[in-house]
Design a protein around this ligand. Sequence first.
Ligand SMILES: Nc1ncnc2c1ncn2[C@@H]1O[C@H](COP(=O)(O)OP(=O)(O)OP(=O)(O)O)[C@@H](O)[C@H]1O
Length: 249
Amino acid sequence: MVERVKTGIPGLDDILNGGIPKRNIVLLSGGPGTGKTILASQFLWNGLQLGEPGIYVALEEHPVQVRINMKNFGWDVRQYEQEGKFAVIDAFTGGVGEAAKREKYVVKDTDSVEELIDVLRTAIREINAQRVVVDSVSTLYLLKPSIARNVVLQLKKVLSGMGTTSLLVSQVSVTERGFGGPGVEHAADGIVRLDLDEIDGELVRSIIVWKMRGTSHSMKRHVMEITDKGIVVYPDKVLKTRRYIAMQE
Ligand SMILES: Nc1ncnc2c1ncn2[C@@H]1O[C@H](COP(=O)(O)OP(=O)(O)OP(=O)(O)O)[C@@H](O)[C@H]1O
């Protein structure tokens, strides 16, 4: 039997036939504003509610802002941080600034994947992390696409090797059909894509599980919403998007 990690996100575990197979490295890809950060944060928060410690690797945003963003959805991680069950790794500030000095886990050279992996390894060990989010993995190779696959494979070795189940946030442009580049897409164990489509003058959110090693899953594009309490996926609502047809016209 496959051991699974429950995302706890309403509807998502249903379309994953029970959850993400343990130790999978999942690419969470999508265009701007599609809900990647919110979904990833919710995954970590729900883990904490199940007693599974988690780590948020902040590459795009100040750690202070990461905590505020989570709190806006009612996910106050402060207590868990004090108890050593949750950590934010600051891979954003380079340790510069007053607030950064208070951070426990800091990557000083934000261009160094080696240092990031070292800090990550220490943090996983110290808090016994079961879930990890890297937001975003694209930041690590934005200027050097040729190293993308290698970066993801290095992360995979550590994350999966140490027993964590992880979401790697991958940024793609609005019109891009892919998920973050061929090297990355094949290296990942799973790909979940979030989309926003304008249909009849309205933006509609959807989610599709493109691949998930170790399990069968829904092959449909499901409607998704963001509410004040986070993301809700509707297993019974399928979006028949015309996006790709429109792109070819
Ligand atoms: N309380 C809320 N209720 C409904 N929708 C919200 C709420 N808060 C944020 N949103 C929506 O979520 C979007 C931001 O989601 P998120 O930050 O997860 O996107 P992202 O995919 O990480 O984007 P980017 O790659 O640009 O950082 C906003 O643009 C807004 O549409």
